[in-house]
Design a protein. Structure first.
Length: 183
């Protein structure tokens, strides 16, 4: 498996076919990032395409000092901001068909799992967008705090503090939606 950093350097050097490999490796994670940060499926698909168009357009700006995934999510974050600026629709949209239900469990277990997932998605959507993004990048896309801090133009301790605050808010929102008392 070729290193994504090396593939991006190949793209910089004119081997544009390597971008297809990067797309295949990362489009699903980007799609999930856009979905979990409050976009519907159609908008998320559009944002993935737009992000990779920007990767191609700004390929010369990749220096390799940060890892490829951090650079890619930085572009994705800016693409999302541009989208909201252009469309002026910063509201949260979640599609019901985003929740896949497996067939390994009984119908009751599947419904309970779906309800928990729905509560989690609603709780995540209810917290501050910046904190939501930090949680999504860290927990769902395994970006480290240093990379996220750089994306948010803050120091590492500030990022850790924001993560703690975001997780606390997420837990409180989940408990409220589930009808559980906050601790």
């Amino acid at each position: 498996m070729t290193d994504e950093r090396a593939l991006m350097f190949d793209v910089q050097n004119g081997q544009l076919d390597k971008l297809a490999i990067l797309f295949e490796r990362n489009h699903l994670q980007l799609f999930n990032y856009f979905l979990r940060t409050g976009n519907n499926r159609a908008a998320s698909e559009d944002l993935v395409q737009e992000t990779f168009m920007k990767v191609l357009a700004y390929r010369s700006s990749f220096s390799g000092t940060a890892n490829f995934k951090s650079w890619l999510f930085g572009i994705a974050r800016n693409t999302k901001a541009d989208y909201y600026r252009k469309s002026k629709q910063a509201t949260t949209h979640l599609d019901i068909d985003e929740h896949d239900v497996g067939s390994e469990h009984t119908l009751g277990e599947e419904m309970e799992q779906w309800q928990k997932q729905d509560l989690f998605e609603r709780a995540l959507a209810s917290i501050n967008p910046e904190l939501r993004e930090i949680i999504v990048l860290s927990r769902f896309h395994q970006l480290n705090y240093e990379d996220i801090a750089q994306m948010h133009d803050c120091n590492l301790n500030t990022m850790k503090s924001r993560m703690r605050k975001g997780l606390t808010m997420l837990e409180q929102a989940y408990r409220k939606l589930a009808g559980e008392p906050n601790q």
